[in-house]
Design a binder for this molecule. Structure first.
Ligand code: 5GP
Length: 138
């Protein structure tokens, strides 16, 4: 899908309204319309990429500098006990909007939100095998 047709491009240009919490030369941050908790914020780079893995280094640096700054603000403002900073890349990982974005989710003791429900254990030898494969790619 071309950038112009993506929902978050339309939010960035103002074609679709959003609750802006922060903007600078490189990033734009606004409230998620379906928050896990009040204050759940999305941060997007102004330079388009489909997924975070396709973004260039400079864009990622600006994005994550902004994300940590905004996450501190969200935590203070909502008096959250903790914060999840998350990204879904590709549909199998839960990505629904194909314009890079980072979720900042305020968390409260006992709020009941769970993730990594399906975590598993390694079978014998699997760790070494996957470490070898990952190292080869880096
Ligand atoms: P993803 O699943 O792609 O990581 O996250 C997409 C997020 O965008 C979801 O959490 C969803 O609630 C949010 N979202 C979807 N449509 C809109 C919208 O029109 N406005 C805003 N502010 N957020 C949206």
């Amino acid at each position: 899908m071309p950038e112009e047709n993506t929902l978050f491009h339309k939010i960035l240009t103002g074609e679709i309204p959003s609750d802006k919490v922060y903007e600078d030369e490189h990033i734009y941050a606004f409230l998620d319309i379906n928050p896990v908790n009040i204050g759940h914020t999305l941060v997007i780079p102004k330079k388009f990429s489909r997924t975070l893995l396709e973004a260039d280094e400079e864009t990622i640096a600006h994005l994550f500098n902004g994300v940590t700054k905004i996450a501190r603000g969200v935590k203070e403002a909502t008096k959250a006990d903790g914060i999840n900073i998350m990204n879904n890349s590709e549909a199998s990982a839960g990505q629904e909007i194909f314009y890079t974005h980072i979720h900042i989710v305020p968390r409260f003791d006992g709020d009941g939100f769970t993730h990594w429900k399906g975590a598993r254990k390694y079978n014998s030898g699997e760790e070494q095998e996957v470490v070898k494969k990952i190292k080869k790619e880096l």
